[in-house]
Every structure is written in structure tokens, then in C-alpha cells.
Design a protein around this ligand. Sequence first.
Ligand SMILES: [Mg+2]
Length: 655
Amino acid sequence: MRNLSPPSKRSNEQFLQERVDYLESMERWHLQEFDVLAGISQIQEDIKNCSNRKEILQKSAAYLDRIPEMRRYGFCLINERSAEFSLDWVNHEESKHPLQCVMDAMIENGDFGWATKSDRSEVKTVLGQPIILIRIAVPDKFLGILIAEVSSQTAFKKHHQRLLTAAVQHIAYALHSQRLYQQINVQNNYLESLIDEKTQQLEHASNFDPLTNLPSRSSFKQQLELSLARASRNNESITLILLDLDFFKRVNEGLGHANGDELLRQVAARLTKNLRDYDPVARMNGASHQDLVCHYGGDEFCLLISDKSESENINQILERLRTSLSRPFHIANREITQSFSAGVASFPEHSINAEQLIQHADIALYQAKEQGRGKHLIYNHKMQQESLSSLTISSKLHQALEREEFEMYYQPQVNMIDSSVVGLEALIRWKDRDGNRIPPDHFIPLAEESGLIVPIGNWVIEQACKQVNDLLDKGFHIPIAVNISARQFSQPDFIERLLSQLNRYSVPHHLLELELTERVVMSDIEDTTQTLKKLETLGIKVSIDDFGTGYSSLSYLKKFPIDVIKIDQAFVSDVTTNSEDAAIVSAIIAMAESLGLETVAEGVETIEQMEFLRAKHCKIGQGYLFSKPLSREQLDQYLSAKTTDLTALQNNPVL
Ligand SMILES: [Mg+2]
């Protein structure tokens, strides 16, 4: 049993003094611990507004320094991308090297690796120093290690360690929050830059045409309004040119929409360059007086000429544009020439408001196209009335078939050696019920646009079959050729309908021929080949019409089962005066001959042309030299004369 007897007087005093000392030291320690704990709880508050990691670590140090027995220490944080540690921050600059050495040694002996995985820590002697490692982590996220040198292994007690661990816990949360905040910031910045970019794109898209990068229609109209207001104030004039590419549809149909778009881009570039080059002040770029070109949609461009002197020379400007666009465009390894039609309206002469100015330029453009394209017209008030009648054509066309307003004409094709009639081309004519004759150039494009070309084309085939039958009854075995549009040719029941008409009128297949233009043939090569093969099997002849005007790839002739090439009248008309045309026609005939194809020369009007063609071995001609297109009654009379007397034609070339 323990001796509980009172100590001697000296030892009693000593005992009491020791107790007092102990209690005082406990009190000091508790005060210190209280101070540290109060500080630690303040860490979160103090570091929550820190903008970066360094600031957090600096502020944290103020609390870590209060923990008793702490000496030098540093934070080894992990780089998330490289997964490598670095001694990011140390409490004193001179601590850096010794701590780095300690860290390297602990990595070497595995203590560091162990500490990254464990929350348990203890003071160890490394390189002769008492060192403790505390893991810096939040749930599911390891951030690094606090490496600290303490006064001694024995002096650094468990409660010191608890304080240090608690402080590091707070620091870990602060570091983690800062990382998240940084990531969110990065995301936010990225989103903001995306939004900025999209906003700019949208702004650009609403102001610029994406295809040509020219000002869009809407921004052009705004600019026009501004220019009109300025011109009105300064008593100036403004001219508006609406420009439309002639037969652009052929490019789209023949070469595909991507190449059509490419042509539009090249045209846009030339128009822009033309205006800019002409004006050394470069008014295109934001000066107060601006000439502008915009892609107005489809194959139309709109030009705003705001200078007074230029407006007075609008014909010169248009000639300049025409020269610029007449140089060949290089599209899909081909050279394409592109003409245009244009309508012109001026402020204040033709209108004082933007909307009406555009409308008037449009009316002038429409009339220019009506008059055969490749032209420009300046608006005048009579055009307003005439344009209304053009709109009426469209609406009348819908009823023309049922009202039986169409009529067939037939133009003979003549053997230029023996003057016999070897074929007829069926040509549609339209006389409306008011007695107006509407030229095919006017209504065929409208019929193509509206799709009416299909029923009209079917009607033409029926009439041709009926006519062949009629001629057979009269003893004439003459084939009739009909022109087939792209839309009609691509109908799935095209051959079926053709056969039903041939059967209905008992027409031998070789007496009906089909004329297809190059663009029809080239529009969908795969389908075209299929249909052409079926026609070949059925014994129906096919001609390539207007040869030379399209996208003359001679190589495709070999691929398609075709029988005849009709040389376009554009070449024939100048064959005796233009050596280039003569060379082209000679080459076409020679090439056709080598491929075993017949040639028919279109638009033969003079004896000289006929002689040239005969000399080149082109046997068949069609044109006013032999006959204009004939109505059924006229055809009967013509054929009853049996053959065309070529000698007589010399004296009277047009029948
Ligand atoms: Mg034809």
C-alpha cells in the first residue's frame, strides 16, 4: 500500500511549489491553446476573400506561427495537371533549402509517399531534424503535404499536433475552395468569351451575307436609307443598280449548287473590287460617301452609287462592270462566262424613298431580262404598267393549257446535200385569248419556275405524236423532235408517259426524237444515264441541243448513248466571219463524226453558212434559209412541195 503520510516540511513546500508551477504552466498552455484555437477558427473568415493560393498560405502562416514548438515549415502542394509536388511556400526564405532537402530525403525513404495516403502523422527525425508531415486534404481531394520542423520530438506534444492538424484542415478547405473558384472563373471566362464570339457572329450574320461576305440585304437597306437622307440634305443624287446574273440557274443545274455558290462569290469579289478600284478614296470602308455592293439574294446583287458625278455616268459604270464580269470565271476546272441584266433607278428622279427605289430598279431589271438579257434598262414610269402585264402572264399561264391557247409549230431540218426534209423540230407557241402572242422566251422560264413546264411538256409530246401519226397518214415518214426540260426529264414516270403517247398514236419509236440541252444531261449524270439507256433500248433518238453553249465537256458524249449534236446558232451565225467560231464548228463536226454522231446546224440563214457546213461534212441544217417554224397548215403546204429547192432558196432564202 502506498505511503500517505505527510511529507517533511521542506519536501512539503517543494511539493506545493511544484504543484503551483504545474498549474501555472497548465494555465499558460490553456491560454495559449485557447488563443491558437480562436485564431484557427478565424482562418476561414480571413482567407475566404483571398484571391490566390499564395495569399491564403501567407495569411494561414500568421496562425500556424502561434502553435508552440513550430519552427520552419512549408507547403508541398500537388500540381493537378502534372501530379508533381513542389515546395510552394515556406514560412521563411532561408527555410526553403533545408525543407527541400528534408522533402527529397522523405520522398527517397518513402515517408513522404506514405504521408500522402494517411491521416496519421508523427514526428520523425530526418537529416537530424524532428519533422512532422500533415496531409492537406478535403474529402475525396488530396491537395498536398505540410512539412514542418518542430523544436524536438518530445516537446511537440499530441495537443500541439491536434492544433496543427485542425489548422491544416481549415487551410485545406480554403485552398480547395480557391481552386474551385479558380476553375469556375476559368469556365466563366470561357463562357463569356463564347458568348462574346457568338454575339459578334450573330451581329456579323445580320449585317453580312455569309456566302459572299458582302453587306446583307437588311444592312444594305439601312445604308440606303442613310444615304438617301444625306443626299436629300446635300441636294445630291443616288443611283441604285439591281443586277441579275443571266441564266444562273444553268450553272446550278449543270455544275451543282456548290459551284453556283462559288460563282456568286467570284462575282461578288469582282463587283467589290471594281467599285473600290474605280474609287481611289476607298469609300467602301466607312467614309461618309459610300458606294456599296450587296448580295441581294439568289443571283441578284444591288449596287448603291452615291456620288453625283458617277450617277450622271451610270452607263459607263455599267459598261465597266460588264467588262469586268465578261472575263471568264474559273469554276470546277471550267471557264464560265457570265453576262448580267440590270435595272437602274435614281434618287430623286424616280423615287424619294428606299423601298420604292428598289422596287423601281427591280421593275427595270425585269424588263431588261424580258428584252433578251445581257442588257440594262433605266427605270421609266411606263415600265410600271408593263411590269403589271408581266405578272399577268404568270397568272394566265396557269389556265393556258385548259383554254387550249398553245399551238405547235414545226421547223424543218433539211438535208443540205439533196434538200430533202429529214426532220421537224416541234416548237410551242402561245396566243392568249385576248389575241396576244407571248414569245416562248417570256413564258418558258415562268413555266419552268412554276413547274407548269411538266404538263406543258407532256402536252407537246402528245401533239408531236399526233402530228407524226398525221404525217404518216399522208405518206411522210418524218421524225419530229421535241425539246425536253430538265424538270420533265427527271420525272419518274417520264418514259412511261412517253410510251403511252407513242402507243396511243401508233408512232414508231424512231419517228420521235428528244432534244436535251447540255445542262439537262449534266444535271444528274447517274439518273440521266439510266434514262438515256432506256431510251436507246426503246429506239428513241436523243439530240444534244444548243451544243457548245453549256459546259462543253466533250468527254461525256462518249459516256452517253446519244445520236445527234445540234450546233448552237450562236456559232453558226458567225461561221463565215469569225475564224474562232469557224474553228469551233469544224471541231464539233469532226468530233461528232469520229464518235459516229450526226450533226445538225441550227440557225442556218445564208447560203455561205450552208456551204461552209457542207464543206465540213455537216449534212443537216435548220434555219430560216430553209424555213421558219410552220403551223400545221403551213407545214402541209411546205411538204406538199415535197422537197426544198436549194437553188430557189438562193433567190428567196426565207420562205
Ligand atoms: Mg431545240
